[in-house]
Design a protein around this ligand. Structure first.
Ligand code: HEM
Length: 173
């Protein structure tokens, strides 16, 4: 497939044609979408960890008043399960944007790695209710996801920023 070169990067022609815009505008647009997605993902991960805490304390609080069923405990984790699923979808979109937008090998690798951790997290979330020891991995993997999404967001937002001006040289006598 023939491709159109845009500076150092190469954007698939098919992607550009689909939007009917020039290569440089498309690349800038995709970069902005990618950047905002990394920020949204990081915030969602923080919220997700908070929702796990809500689920745990909801169970204790409810059990304080009456004996509770498994269903009642799960109800406290409904939001966690919903946001967790959404997070994995956003991770997939992030990888698609990085690959289709031609945003470079490193962004694709990072997004792919994050998606792999997200899928693992989803599977561990399902399996841990049957094998509680796996819950240890579900929580530790959350730390890995937090770190990687935070680093990627930081990297995306810092990249392309103008470098700080060098301090003015002191006048010599
Ligand atoms: C990046 C952070 C996290 C993500 C993306 C995530 C994702 C998920 C998902 C998708 C599920 C639902 C699986 C299903 O459909 O049943 C789930 C379940 C669960 N997660 Fe997480 N999780 C994260 C962090 C945590 C943390 C930090 C904890 C606890 C300290 C935790 C505790 C649980 C528990 C107890 C369940 C089972 C809930 C139930 O079966 O009702 N999660 N998680």
């Amino acid at each position: 497939m023939r491709q159109q070169a845009t500076g150092r990067r190469v954007v698939p022609r098919l992607v550009l044609a689909g939007f009917g815009v020039s290569g440089c505008c498309m690349l800038a647009h995709m970069r902005a979408v990618f950047r905002w997605l990394t920020a949204a993902l990081f915030v969602a991960v923080v919220v997700q960890v908070g929702l796990a805490g809500y689920g745990a304390f909801h169970a204790i609080h409810t059990a304080d008043k009456a004996s509770i069923s498994k269903k009642t405990i799960e109800n406290g984790f409904n939001a966690h399960a919903a946001v967790g699923t959404l997070i994995v979808v956003v991770m997939l979109v992030l990888l698609i944007v990085a690959a289709a937008g031609g945003l470079g090998k490193r962004n694709i690798q990072w997004s792919g790695g994050i998606l792999a951790l997200g899928i693992l997290q989803f599977v561990l979330g399902l399996a841990s209710t049957k094998v509680p020891a796996l819950g240890f991995l579900h929580t530790v993997n959350a730390l890995a996801i937090f770190t990687m999404t935070g680093l990627l967001a930081h990297r995306s937002w810092m990249k392309g920023r103008p470098a700080k001006a060098a301090p003015a040289a002191s006048p010599t006598a």
